[in-house]
Design a protein around this ligand. Structure first.
Ligand code: ADP
Ligand code: MG
Ligand code: ZN
Length: 476
């Protein structure tokens, strides 16, 4: 029998607010153990939470960017459970009134457009962290307690690990375009729970699902899904039944084990948090949030494919980066250059420079105008492509225009035919062997062009050199 996988994801993203969700502690990652704590986030008796307005703003922004309905009245609820990293013994989250609901996220898998619906997006606080140490035993670090999260819950619309991966990548680039999450996977900024079931192909009914929690890389999610789909098929093929349970994915041993079964499923006893009043997003606030949403990664990707003649890979590489996409769009908006030429620079020399230095475009002096000027200088033949690469490095590092740099470095291409003819004639007269080879029917143009470029210190216009070499050789 053929089986189909059915997958639903619960994705947690840490929001990049300055302070935590219910207190004024810093939400920054990487402080010393328990340095970013106060009575509120460590759950001391009598401490009262106050909702951070920025969290509501960011959560609603993500909702608008993913086609959700933003529910204007935001209520908080307590989700009760005990764990040593949660000193209050409840997490402040949202229950039946999430800030956003009913969205849809679009993405491409192997050139086909797919989508996955979002059931909801709600905001909540993160829990602390247990640090297990062989000598000191277990240390509880409450720094992460109260760091704001949004949780995005999908409908079970995904049908393969490849779809899950592209969905997750789209969520990530959307978060980074919106500038609401730092997306540092290695710091746990985005984590997900995966829910997996199988059914026979063509069936309309859903099978029993298994959940795997807290997976912190997208490749790990792919491995966890592939493993679980294979495991469930194996269970069914051997006459068994998939049990509804939570399993722990081990990304080192590459297998999962039962964590808890349906019998000990938790009842979180959600109830409205009496310490927090509902917050309403009024029209002015909504308009403000809406106005901050830029053209999103998928729209740009499609535009680059259809309008700029880029390949899927090129369009993806640029649209994945907000900074690179903005550079391309601003350069194209000048109307002075072919967008594809700017894209080529961004994908090659610009990306290489930024990767080597591990920085972003905005950390350099390069601007769209400067890039446009550079391309125009090459288009007009003022400088060669090779000289352009030298100019680019200067554009990153100096507050000068491309023209100023060309002048300062003396990179201007020689296009004066008289001057080049003199060089060509000199090179031909000094290379008797090449002339002999030419007379014997060999192609010596490449060699002679190289010699002429050398003689002109790289500044001779190669088109003119080529033309004049052909002209002089034909006279022999
Ligand atoms: P819980 O709160 O217990 O985790 P939910 O009903 O909220 O349960 O579902 C959580 C996730 O499980 C959602 O992302 C949903 O899409 C997914 N899901 C639900 N049913 C299935 C199924 N049969 N197979 C795979 N995923 C499923
Ligand atoms: Mg769940
Ligand atoms: Zn605090």
């Amino acid at each position: 029998m053929k089986y189909e996988a059915v997958i639903g994801l619960e994705v947690h993203a840490e929001l990049s607010t300055k302070s935590k969700i219910y207190c004024s502690c810093s939400a920054k990652f990487g402080a010393g153990i328990n340095e970013h704590t106060c009575p509120v986030c460590t759950g001391m008796p009598g401490a009262l939470p106050v909702l951070n307005r920025q969290v509501v703003h960011y959560a609603a922004k993500m909702g608008l960017a993913t086609g959700c309905t933003v529910n204007r009245l935001c209520q908080s609820a307590r989700k009760n459970y005990f764990y040593p990293d949660l000193p209050k013994a409840y997490q402040i989250s949202q229950a039946e009134h999430p800030i956003c609901s009913d969205g849809e996220v679009f993405f491409y898998v192997d050139g086909k457009k797919k989508s996955c619906r979002l059931e909801r997006i709600h905001f909540e606080e993160d829990a602390g962290k247990l640090l297990h140490d062989e000598i000191d035993g277990t240390v509880v670090d409450f720094n992460r307690c109260g760091v704001p999260l949004i949780e995005m819950v999908t409908r079970p619309d995904l049908r393969s690990s490849a779809e899950a991966k592209e969905f997750l990548e789209t969520i990530k680039t959307t978060l980074s375009y919106l500038d609401i999450c730092d997306c540092k996977m290695e710091e746990g900024s985005i984590r997900c729970d995966v829910n997996v079931s199988i059914r026979s192909e063509g069936s309309e009914e859903f099978g029993t699902r298994v959940e795997m929690k807290n997976i912190n890389t997208f490749s790990g999610a792919v491995r966890a899904i592939d493993y679980e789909v294979a495991r469930q098929i194996d269970v069914v093929e051997h006459g068994g039944k998939v049990q509804q349970e939570t399993r722990r994915w081990d990304d080192v041993k590459l297998k999962n084990t039962v964590m808890r079964t349906k019998e000990d499923a938790q009842d979180y006893r959600y109830f409205p948090d009496p310490d927090l009043i509902a917050v309403e997003i009024d029209d002015t606030w909504m308009e403000q949030i809406q106005s901050e949403i830029p053209e999103l990664p998928l729209a740009r990707y499609e535009r680059y494919l259809h309008d700029y003649g880029m390949t899927a890979m090129e369009a993806r590489q640029i649209s994945d980066s907000f900074a690179k996409a903005n550079l391309l769009d601003a350069a194209a908006a000048s109307g002075k250059i072919e967008p594809k030429k700017a894209a080529n620079w961004i994908l090659s020399d610009i990306s290489k420079y930024l990767n080597d230095k591990e920085i972003e475009v905005e950390d350099t002096m390069l601007t769209p105008d400067k890039l446009v000027d550079l391309i125009c200088l090459i288009d007009k033949g003022t400088i060669s492509g090779a000289a352009g690469k030298k100019v680019l490095i200067e554009l990153f590092e100096k507050d000068e225009t491309a023209a100023q740099i060309v002048k300062r470095l003396g990179l201007e291409q020689v296009s004066d035919e008289g001057a080049i003819l003199a060089i060509v004639q000199d090179v031909i007269s000094r290379n008797e062997k090449a002339v002999a080879d030419f007379k014997a029917g060999k192609n010596v143009t490449g060699f002679l062009v190289g010699q002429c470029m050398k003689a002109s210190k790289g500044q001779g216009n190669p088109q003119i050199i080529n033309k004049l070499i052909a002209q002089e050789l034909s006279k022999l």
